[in-house]
Design a protein around this ligand. Structure first.
Ligand SMILES: Nc1nc2c(ncn2[C@@H]2O[C@H](COP(=O)(O)OP(=O)(O)O)[C@@H](O)[C@H]2O)c(=O)[nH]1
Ligand SMILES: [Mg+2]
Ligand SMILES: [Zn+2]
Length: 394
């Protein structure tokens, strides 16, 4: 068997510098390995190229590419003969993305081909927060040729009926959940659901209670109570007022040098608080009309902003919840840190803390060590209404 037999016809004409590294003679399929521009491909007789390693991507994560597509990609990179730059996607709208380069300049980039490097079936190939490599065209626009592996990402169904997901954001260090006890009041049910999904994504959450200036004595007391409960469960809490400028330094400290996703109901003051710490961003504030909010598909895109003091913040009118994520009902208890901590003391190691005897969680609720509202929200999540409501979201 000669080497040529395994090469795809035409490839050598296109790339005379192809380096044939190895032949796996004993393997019927894949048949060989070649290296093009430092990218190692397996060659299959079925005339598909299989990238063995696209820098950090392992073969396991990488689906098979069609020869034609790969050749066009490689050709593009070769023919452009230009340097590859690193950047972060700060805005992504379909086939265009705004990429922030290392100097802090925004470059308009096209997205070529379909990136399915991590086997995610999503409607958007690149997401805000993606670390990418791109090269520049003559007109100074860029072409993204690579997405670096995501540390994490938040995905939700793109439409109600769709099987495909939409990636909201990638490479997030933390979520900042903005709530308020004034208008529009955030329920603990909403907070706890958010925390549960964030736990599932292993994304730390900081809870910010905004509009402190509007709290009367009763609300202030409620705030202190909630703060104590959530802090005991392990979540950092902060009370702010964008209007009065209360605790702005603490808020900035929370965000410093991190990539934070800003979440919370519309109108709680997300944009106002960001403006308060960095006025030049001039984010639009004010309540979105009820009619607009209920619109079927508001075309609102997440956008990432650089913070002068270090870090990035992702603001989006669309991010209320993380949306769907598949997890078992059995796992819900594990997503409540104060319940997770007590599970070893329950009689059964798969205790759902509902009806089982010798349940340490129920005892803790009775003793007031676990807040009753947290336990009630836990039960609510266990019940069907949570799952249905989540399905209906959007
Ligand atoms: N009284 C008071 N109003 C605030 C505060 N923060 C924001 N607002 C107002 O709440 C409304 C919604 O704020 P906005 O930042 O657009 O909320 P977003 O939808 O979460 O981004 C605006 O009218 C703001 O002026 C605050 O701390 N105190
Ligand atoms: Mg806003
Ligand atoms: Zn239990």
């Amino acid at each position: 068997m000669s080497i040529d037999q395994f090469l795809i016809p035409g490839v050598q004409d296109l790339f005379p510098s192809i380096f044939l590294a190895l032949i796996f003679a004993p393997l019927p399929e894949p048949a060989g390995i070649i290296s093009i521009e430092g990218i190692v491909f397996l060659i299959r007789r079925s005339a598909t190229l299989f990238p063995l390693s696209l820098r950090h991507h392992s073969a396991v994560q990488t689906p098979t590419y069609h020869t034609e597509y790969l050749i066009s990609c490689i050709q593009e990179i070769r023919m452009s003969g230009k340097e590859l730059y690193n950047g972060i996607v700060v805005r992504s709208t379909g086939s265009w993305a705004s990429v922030r380069n290392e100097e802090g300049t925004r470059i308009s980039c096209r997205i070529k081909g379909s990136f399915r490097m991590q086997g995610i079936d999503s409607t958007n190939p690149v997401a805000v927060g993606d670390k990418v490599r791109y090269h520049l065209e003559k007109d100074e626009s860029g072409i993204i040729s690579e997405i670096l592996p995501r540390e994490n990402y938040i995905i939700r169904k793109s439409t109600k009926l769709s099987k495909r997901g939409h990636i909201l954001a990638a490479n997030i260090d933390q979520a900042v959940l903005m709530a308020t006890l004034a208008f529009p009041r955030t329920s603990t049910g909403f907070i706890d659901r958010f925390l549960v999904t964030a736990e599932a994504y292993h994304i730390p959450v900081v809870i910010v209670f905004n509009k402190l200036d509007l709290y009367d004595a009763a609300l202030a007391e409620r705030y202190h109570f909630l703060k104590e409960v959530y802090e005991k469960a392990g979540y950092q809490c902060l009370g702010t007022s964008a209007l009065k400028g209360t605790k702005l330094e603490d808020f900035a400290r929370v965000l410093k040098d991190k990539t934070s996703l800003l979440a919370g109901h519309s109108g709680v003051g997300k944009s106002a608080l960001i403006n308060a710490i960095q006025p030049d961003l001039k984010l639009k504030t004010g309540l979105i009309s009820a009619a607009h909010q209920k619109g079927k598909h508001t075309t609102t895109f997440a956008e990432m902003f650089h913070l002068h003091f270090g870090g990035f913040i992702i603001d989006s009118p669309g991010i209320k919840e993380f949306g769907l994520i598949d997890f078992d009902r059995q796992e819900v208890g594990e997503r409540f840190p104060e319940m997770r901590a007590l599970l070893p003391q329950c009689r059964f190691n798969n205790c759902t803390h509902v009806h089982e005897p010798d349940c340490a969680v129920r005892l803790a609720v009775e003793a007031g060590e676990i807040a009753l509202f947290r336990y009630e929200n836990y039960l609510g999540i266990l019940n069907d209404d949570y799952w249905e409501e989540t399905e209906n979201y959007e």
